[in-house]
Design a protein around this ligand. Structure first.
Ligand code: SF4
Length: 238
């Protein structure tokens, strides 16, 4: 089954910029951005990020304020600070054997770096990979990681899989079945996340008087280290 999948990937795989590198820092940046942001939105931001900070040392030397500003629009801004702290750690100590010691790096991201940067035979299992393995009943090797991600994102999609154009159609026991709809992510519009994003965007442009800001959102951002409040003024951390 894996050979069928890899043959399909060779012909139909997506050409994504982080697939053209084995640089662990570049892979880390892409994986952290992809954690909660769609591929199409990540591509230009990933390229801009690496053009500005091509190495962990360059990124580590940046201010937290610049890192937060560069992250604007990608959402879930705590990822920016975690990535910054990870770059500082790598710049000072090198890459740890246990990559989950890096801030913001869980087992999935660690497995992705080990596979895509260090060529280890580990399979990073995200929702797409989990779904394809569950439906096919097959356990794939690390060599199939990128192919599984593409199949899960474009063919073996969540609700109604496109089995008619799937390379595994003839060998898949789930062909023609579909999953029950899952509960959708709560809407961003009108949410507390949106209020936080709005405050952070204003403060990223320039410091603001606390009285002009959404106080509850400011307190939440302050707890996450994304803003500081001093003498009644809200600003980005230094
Ligand atoms: S045949 Fe259908 S269910 Fe099976 S892997 Fe392909 S798209 Fe998914």
């Amino acid at each position: 089954m894996e050979e069928l999948l890899l043959a399909w990937y060779g012909a139909s795989g997506r050409d994504l910029p982080w697939r053209r590198t084995r640089d662990p820092y570049a892979i880390l940046v892409s994986e952290v951005m992809l954690q909660q942001t769609q591929v199409e939105r990540v591509v230009p931001r990933y390229l801009a990020w690496l053009a500005r900070w091509p190495t962990p040392a360059a990124h580590a030397a940046a201010s937290a304020a610049d890192v937060i500003r560069e992250w604007q629009g990608l959402g879930y801004n705590r990822r920016a600070l975690s990535l910054h702290r990870a770059a500082i750690m790598v710049a000072e100590e090198g890459w740890p054997n246990d990559l989950t010691r890096l801030p913001g790096v869980g087992p999935y991201t660690a497995a992705a770096i080990r596979n895509f940067a260090f060529s280890e035979d580990v399979l990073p299992v995200d929702v797409n990979v989990e779904r394809v393995q569950r439906r096919t009943g097959h356990v794939f090797t690390g060599a199939a990681a990128q192919a599984l991600m593409d199949l899960g994102a474009t063919v073996c999609v969540a609700r109604v899989p496109r089995c008619g154009c799937c390379p595994l159609e003839d060998v898949c026991p789930s062909r023609g079945t579909r999953d029950e709809p899952r509960r959708k992510q709560s809407p961003f519009e009108g949410s507390f996340r949106q209020r936080r994003a709005s405050v952070l965007r204003h403060v990223a442009a320039r410091p603001r008087p606390l009285g002009d800001c959404d106080g509850e959102a400011v307190r939440s951002l302050e707890r996450d280290g994304l803003v500081v409040v001093e003498a009644g003024v809200v600003r980005l951390p230094a």
